[in-house]
Design a protein around this ligand. Structure first.
Ligand SMILES: NC(=O)c1ccc[n+]([C@@H]2O[C@H](COP(=O)([O-])OP(=O)(O)OC[C@H]3O[C@@H](n4cnc5c(N)ncnc54)[C@H](O)[C@@H]3O)[C@@H](O)[C@H]2O)c1
Length: 400
């Protein structure tokens, strides 16, 4: 007999019964192929990423909020303290506004006549339908809100979304609805929400149009790049894990992962990469595109810590299936965590990485470090500043 039984668990599914809990169903019956990967993803999130108060970043692409996944899954994850910061396409945040403003979207069909829909003023996202007025009313809301004095300056997209989220929350209160919107929840729970390409959505289109009317609102992309790196640096330098939960791929995936090369390659601060990588996508790796790039490839860039690579999971399945299942599993298995409210610490986090950069970074070419055999930083003795702690007394000090 081979040694398989010593290396792998026996594939022995649990029969499904009426009333099976989602988490039991996933552990008991999702045993192979992408079902197996989904079960691994659930366990990675609950047993490693959320453990010991680890910091979890969520990246969103694909038309998830139009499908209702903001209210159904993303807000519950934020409320439970399972998502500490977010990078989203502008589209997901724009379509999230419809829910926060109490507008109606409908579960339609992908097989309708689009010429007829156009004549009737109906917009279609695959099988999601809504009136053209939903767009016009949402656009008007954005334009009216951003006329306010607090918007008349350049700002990071996290600040912009926080300010916008306040108005969405106030509208929810007026309408007597709650927990409908990612932006509103981000305001309430102080979860920083960034977008990697602020011009590439109807929110950005309205901001651009208002600049022609003299609006001073501009997106400070440099702040976003440094601020997202600061979130990761803050986690790692306080001895916590930093994990990425990637839905889809696209530019938010890179914006989340590039935080590590920003810290290491550009700022010259020693770091090993994100600790855990969980991606649900339909993007294939063999085209060379970033959307389908695997965690192993990300290791070569310093984006992922090589030590934790065996734990990383890619599940090739539609996020409209994986996200509700992963959310239900996590809520079943893990108690809510205290909210980290990272937005409230944005200036302090930026200042911390700025001072490290100014002491470690150079304008000239940075020395390439390959000392991956050294002990892991923070959690096991090596500080992110590159100073190996060699006494127990030293190890009790904060990493930075
Ligand atoms: N009105 C608007 O504001 C509007 C509307 C649509 C798109 N956009 C913009 O277009 C850009 C791209 O849009 P996008 O995010 O829809 O898609 P995308 O097609 O660029 O998808 C990004 C990646 O996610 C994967 N993906 C998409 N849906 C998935 C799903 N359901 N399950 C698993 N993987 C999935 C894709 O394969 C791809 O790898 C964004 O920047 C967005 O803001 C704007």
């Amino acid at each position: 007999m081979s040694s398989l039984n010593k290396k792998f668990p026996r594939l022995l599914p649990v029969p499904i019964t009426a009333g099976s809990k989602t988490s039991d169903l996933i552990d008991g019956a999702f045993k192979a192929y992408n079902g197996g990967r989904l079960a691994e993803a659930c366990r990675l999130l609950t047993e490693k990423m959320l453990a010991e108060d680890g910091v979890v970043g969520l990246s969103l692409t694909g038309a998830l909020t139009p499908a209702g996944l903001g209210r159904a899954a993303i807000v519950p994850l934020m409320k439970a303290g399972f998502v500490d910061w977010i990078i989203s396409t502008g589209a997901n945040l724009y379509h999230d506004l419809h829910y926060g403003l109490g507008m109606q979207l409908f579960a339609g069909s992908p097989f309708l006549n689009d010429v007829t829909l156009r004549k009737e003023g109906v917009i279609r996202i695959y099988d999601v339908l809504f009136d053209y007025d939903v767009l016009l009313d949402t656009d008007a809301f954005v334009r009216q809100v951003i006329q306010g004095e607090e918007f008349q300056k350049p700002m990071g997209t996290d600040e912009f979304h926080f300010l916008l989220g306040k108005y969405v929350y106030e509208r929810e209160v007026q309408l007597g609805i709650e927990e409908t919107s990612v932006l509103s929840a981000a305001y309430l729970y102080e979860v920083p929400v960034f977008t990697s390409s602020p011009g590439d959505s109807s929110i950005g289109m309205n901001v651009a149009a208002m600049s022609l009317r003299g609006s001073k609102l501009m997106f400070d992309v440099n702040r976003d790049v440094n601020q997202t790196a600061a979130v990761v640096f803050d986690a790692k330098s306080s001895g916590k894990t930093s994990s990425v939960f990637i839905l889809g791929g696209g530019s938010p995936k890179n914006f989340m992962l590039q935080t590590e090369p920003q810290i290491q390659e550009v700022m010259g601060i020693e770091e090993r990469g994100h600790d855990y990588f969980l991606q649900c996508t339909d993007a294939r790796p063999d085209t060379g595109g970033l959307s389908g790039a695997t965690p192993a490839e990300a290791v070569s860039w310093g984006k992922i810590d090589p030590d934790t690579l065996p734990d990383c999971v890619v599940c090739y399945a539609d996020s409209t299936i994986t996200l509700p299942l992963i959310t239900a599993y996590a809520l079943d298995r893990v108690a809510p965590r205290p909210l980290k409210r990272l937005y409230a610490r944005r200036d302090a986090m930026l200042e911390a990485i700025r001072s490290q950069y100014l002491s470690h970074g150079t304008v000239e070419k940075i020395e390439y470090r390959t000392d991956l055999d050294s002990p892991k930083n923070g959690r096991s003795g090596r500080s992110v500043t590159g100073n190996v702690r060699d006494t127990e007394e030293d190890a009790s000090q904060p990493a930075v």
